[in-house]
Design a protein around this ligand. Structure first.
Ligand SMILES: Cc1cc2nc3c(=O)[nH]c(=O)nc-3n(C[C@H](O)[C@H](O)[C@H](O)COP(=O)(O)OP(=O)(O)OC[C@H]3O[C@@H](n4cnc5c(N)ncnc54)[C@H](O)[C@@H]3O)c2cc1C
Length: 558
């Protein structure tokens, strides 16, 4: 007989978007819930993120007059994700679409406030069922002071590092403040919102931090318990059924009984070098390149694997090409690939991808090209007009932090040939690439990769009416610049195989009784694609909600 230190209905491991959504749904259904979080802060990568959630056919887009349907969303899954096996089975897609809607409505009724991200296009907007205006929502700004003591226990968010209360759908306008009146007006709004919050001493949260703060507040208010600094050590099973967890808490080991189940919503293994080495295949890859939260180390997934859980997509991650710009971090030149006067090339000096496509798509293209020509790292090349024209998160038009050049991370040369020599790029290849690219770019075209044609490409490009194509212009003004680009990631997205109820499956595809999983702990319903802004948080929150409903005896999205 196991001796228990406490008994609850549902133990939730991990306090990210999936975990807290599940906790809220379960307490709402009358269950006793304990969330155990390994770190001293709540929210995981979700709190650090843009907090955008991709929910097709949602009521906020309907209210904004943007039509969508279940059928179109299903067609979009078929067209982009294709047949990738059970993680994205038809039943799981059906659940994602139907329970997603239900979850959003449920959260709104419990006071979690969202705004529609109008214009934040689907990443494959030109594929069947894609929507130009987008299917994403994000949390409205939230006053963190309302959380009291818990406000100090939030994983710091994206906007904190920028010092601005900027919503995610506004962020692209901030760095284009000098390129269109609309972008300038949005920037002014953000500056005023930030100043007003400071004057009123409000800790105004946006993005993922606002999402986590709202979910946490609602879950605590309804009686969920949340323990920080309490890592899962192991799952406790009895006769094949998961009946509880062993955790470390307050300096000792505790055994918690979970009468209705255990939900693993503990993220992936982005920061576990051994697991990445084991499962990454021949893709050169480094846990240090990941932007995921430091708790993303995979022990919960390993505990389930010990019990015989099946996995899929273990070599996959949410890739994000990351220019190595030194201590100014990954954000200084992140946007460059989506703007005019900048391209990516491999060591042969050749382009290999539509640079304006989604980060996941470009990251995958880097790995694919690397099989035949070195593209990990690849190089971002841009000209001096780019430097003079564009702002970045931490630089203004015409000004780059001196350290970027002094550290040698940003290369500069008077000619393309000299730049190629500095970067060990084939000079003839680079010259030929730029000559061809420039010829077409002068007409606003990219016959090779179609850059700037899709609504998504346009949405992230230069909003100025003065450019022929928001994503391309010739690179023709010396000096020229180059920065190495690595395939970073915002988390891994392979893991435990789960069914349409979020139950973890064993090697015979049978549910392991009492064990649920969601988010980056699982093989995602998105397969090997990122369908739109918010695709990963949506996967986590929706299946967290589904798990809670199933464990408490209800079926979501039926
Ligand atoms: C800068 C940035 C921006 C992003 N923007 C977006 C966006 O706008 N939209 C989007 O969809 N995605 C975005 N992503 C990706 C997204 O944040 C993650 O994929 C997603 O939040 C993962 O959610 P999760 O619930 O699976 O895990 P997480 O939110 O990471 O939560 C997992 C939690 O489990 C905890 N944990 C781990 N192991 C244990 C253990 N043994 N015991 C107890 N607790 C444990 C972790 O500490 C963590 O707090 C972004 C990521 C980053 C880094």
């Amino acid at each position: 007989m196991t001796s228990w230190d406490a008994t609850v209905d549902l133990v939730v491991v991990g306090s990210g978007g999936g975990g807290l959504t599940a906790a809220l749904a379960a307490v709402d259904a009358g269950a006793k819930v304990l969330v155990v979080e390994k770190q001293g802060v709540v929210g995981g990568s979700t709190a650090m993120s843009g907090g955008v959630v991709w929910i097709p056919n949602n009521p906020l887009m309907r209210a904004a007059g943007v039509p969508d349907s279940y059928e179109d969303a299903m067609a979009h899954f078929d067209a982009v994700v294709g047949d990738v096996g059970p993680a994205s089975s038809e039943q799981r897609r059906h659940t994602f679409l139907t329970a997603g809607l239900e979850m959003l409505t449920f959260l709104q009724r419990r006071g979690v406030r969202f705004a529609y991200c109008r214009g934040y296009s689907d990443y494959y907007s030109d594929a069947k069922g894609g929507i130009d205006e987008g299917r994403a929502v994000e949390p409205k700004p939230f006053n963190g002071n309302r959380l009291g003591e818990w406000g100090r226990k939030l994983q710091p968010g994206l906007a904190k590092s920028l010092g601005m209360a900027v919503m995610t759908n506004e962020a692209r306008s901030l760095s284009h403040y000098n390129r269109s009146l609309r972008a300038f007006a949005i920037t002014t709004r953000v500056v005023m919102r930030t100043a007003a919050a400071r004057a009123a001493r409000r800790d105004l949260l946006t993005n993922g931090a606002a999402l986590i703060a709202q979910l946490l507040g609602a879950a605590l208010e309804r009686g969920a318990e949340v323990w920080v600094d309490s890592p899962l050590e192991d799952l406790i099973a009895d006769g094949g059924r998961v009946v509880g967890v062993r955790i470390s808490h307050d300096g000792s080991t505790k055994q918690i009984e979970a009468r209705r189940g255990v939900l693993l919503s503990a993220g992936g293994f982005a920061h576990n070098p051994a697991m990445r080495g084991e499962y990454g295949g021949d893709q050169p890859n480094n846990a240090k390149w990941s932007m995921a939260n430091p708790g993303d180390t995979g022990e919960a997934m390993q505990a389930a694997m010990q019990l015989g859980a099946k996995t899929d997509f273990m070599d996959e991650a949410w890739w994000i090409p990351s220019p190595r710009t030194g201590r100014f971090g990954q954000s200084t030149l992140d946007q460059a690939r989506q703007r005019p006067r900048a391209i990516y090339v491999d060591a042969a000096g050749r382009r290999f991808v539509n640079e304006s496509n989604s980060y996941m798509e470009v990251g995958k293209a880097m790995y694919e090209r690397n099989k035949t020509s070195r593209a990990v790292p690849c190089w971002l090349i841009f000209d001096d007009r780019y430097r003079k024209r564009y702002a970045h998160v931490r630089s203004h038009p015409g000004w780059f932090p001196k350290e970027m050049l002094e550290s040698g991370k940003l290369k500069r040369a008077a000619t393309l040939e000299a730049l190629a020599a500095e970067c060990n790029i084939d000079p003839a290849g680079l010259a030929d690439t730029i000559e061809t690219f420039n010829r077409h770019a002068a007409e606003g075209r990219d016959p090779e990769y179609g850059r700037g044609e899709s609504a998504y490409n346009k949405a992230l490009g230069d909003p100025s009416r003065k450019v022929k194509n928001p994503c391309i212009e010739p690179l023709d003004q010396a000096p020229y610049y180059a920065v190495e680009v690595l395939p970073g990631d915002i988390g891994t997205c392979g893991g435990l195989l789960t069914n349409e109820h979020a139950q973890v499956l064993d090697q015979d595809d049978k549910p392991i009784p009492g064990l649920y999983a969601t988010g980056n702990t699982t093989a995602t319903v998105m397969g090997r694609h990122y369908l739109g802004p918010g695709a990963s948080i949506a996967n986590s929150m929706v299946f967290g909600y589904v798990a809670a409903r199933h464990a408490t005896g209800d079926e979501a999205g039926a």
